[in-house]
Ligand binder design. Structure first.
Ligand code: PLP
Length: 410
């Protein structure tokens, strides 16, 4: 994979910001879109736009075919046993809420346990808090090692026969830690619990095979994997999806509607009430085609290589605290750090003046920030279009920030 060639596929990258070539290091927040995806969206709106699963006119059939084809593409991408197990949602947050509301809230009771890690993104934490409040179930947290990793021994100690759900991010959006989901799923299953995986930061960056991992549910977002905003996926094992209740009731998700009761369509359509995310799903299908062509293993190796290079280069800077797995340990394609006591927003503002886009803040992981003893961090995240030169620009920008804030660093 040649990231310099790949860059040419992303028109947005070809611009200056604040008088400098744009260096986009915020793909963990949202990725940029290749021309192939933009073109598919344009073509859909110019030629095929119509509602799906309704009319019998030609445009309606074309739109329906394209929408359902996108489902097949996504199913193949994650090796789902069937396209019906892929539900189009608005994103990871909605997918996780659907599991919490449509499944867990109805199945769990007082005395049951939900096991999480303290490094979860709020979207894989707050829905479970809500489930616990309504059902009387208890939340249990796995202990995190200092570098943000989990040990299987701790998982074995924490998961008990009372555990009904283990819900974890595959890759931490703050620390870049990659959790051993396959092994954790085996522990969860041995205890009779379901494995729910937040794949927001893994599905875009590495091959994810739901059958190999043997996960019960997987949630991810299209916009972080070269697709449009507003579309995501909920994958589930057939038996759990069939047991799960819809979250949205109304048009399109019904079989028969009577005055006082109604029945639902089969999966996946019972979960897609109202006009679905048609263009978004078709755009996600195009993104999956694009990523498959580049090769997910190539992308994974590339992102990890850049993260390793960034760790090396950042270690040259004094006054920088880098969080997460130490150099030499496996990490996803991101690095998170702080410069002395300087607020992450201030560091990010100086970087922006050099055209460098990074994320600064609590990254929707306030409990983790508290564990790290900080209120915010700076995160640089890499994707297939980033190069070593982008990391060099980041280091240059950080040297400027160090100079600018010398008085605060001391
Ligand atoms: N989970 C993780 C690990 C994330 O990084 C994110 C987004 O940053 C989400 C969940 C939420 O994704 P979305 O905002 O697309 O629903």
């Amino acid at each position: 994979m040649n990231s310099i060639e790949v860059r040419q596929d992303f028109p947005i990258l070809n611009q200056e910001v604040n008088g400098h070539p744009l260096v986009y290091l915020d793909s963990a927040a949202t990725s940029q879109k290749p021309r192939a995806v933009i073109e598919v969206l344009k073509r859909y709106y110019e030629a095929d736009n119509s509602n799906v699963h309704r009319g019998v006119h030609t445009l309606g059939s074309r739109a329906t075919e394209a929408y359902e084809l996108a489902r097949e593409k996504v199913a193949r991408f994650i090796n789902a046993p069937s396209p019906e197990q892929v539900i189009f949602t608005r994103g990871t947050t909605e997918s996780l809420n659907m599991i919490a509301y449509g499944y867990a809230r109805l199945q769990l009771k007082a005395g049951d346990e939900i096991v999480l890690s303290p490094s979860e993104h709020h979207s894989n934490l707050i829905p479970w808090q809500q489930v616990a409040k309504v059902t009387g179930a208890t939340l249990k947290y796995l202990p995190l090692q200092e570098d943000g990793t989990l040990t299987l021994e701790d998982v074995r100690q924490t998961v008990t026969p009372a555990t009904k759900i283990v819900a974890l991010a595959h890759v931490s959006n703050v620390l870049g830690t990659i959790h051993p989901i396959k092994e954790i799923a085996a522990i969860a299953h041995a205890a009779g619990a379901l494995m729910v995986v937040d794949g927001a930061q893994s599905v875009p960056h590495m091959p994810v095979d739901v059958r190999d991992l043997d996960v019960d549910f997987l949630a991810f977002s299209g916009h972080k994997m070269c697709g449009p905003t507003g579309v995501g996926v909920l994958y589930g094992k057939r038996k759990w999806l069939e047991a799960m209740e819809p979250t949205y009731f109304g048009g399109e998700m019904i079989d028969i509607v009577e005055l006082y009761d109604s029945t639902w369509k089969d999966i996946p359509w019972k979960f897609e009430g109202g006009t679905p995310i048609i263009a978004g799903a078709i755009g996600l299908g195009a993104a999956v085609d694009y990523l498959t062509k580049v090769g997910m293993e190539n992308i994974q190796n590339h992102d990890m290589r850049l993260a390793t290079y960034a760790m090396e280069r950042l270690s040259e800077l004094s006054d920088l605290t880098v969080y997460g797995p130490k150099p030499g340990k496996t990490r996803g394609g991101l690095v998170t750090f702080n410069l002395g006591q300087v607020h992450a927003h201030d560091v990010s503002t100086v970087l922006d003046a050099e055209g460098i886009a990074v994320r600064a803040g609590h990254h929707c992981a306030q409990p983790l920030m508290r564990m790290l003893g900080v209120i915010s961090t700076v995160r640089a995240s890499f994707y297939l279009y980033n190069t070593e030169a982008d990391v060099d620009a980041l280091v240059h920008g950080l040297l400027s920030a160090k100079e600018f804030f010398q008085h605060a660093i001391g």
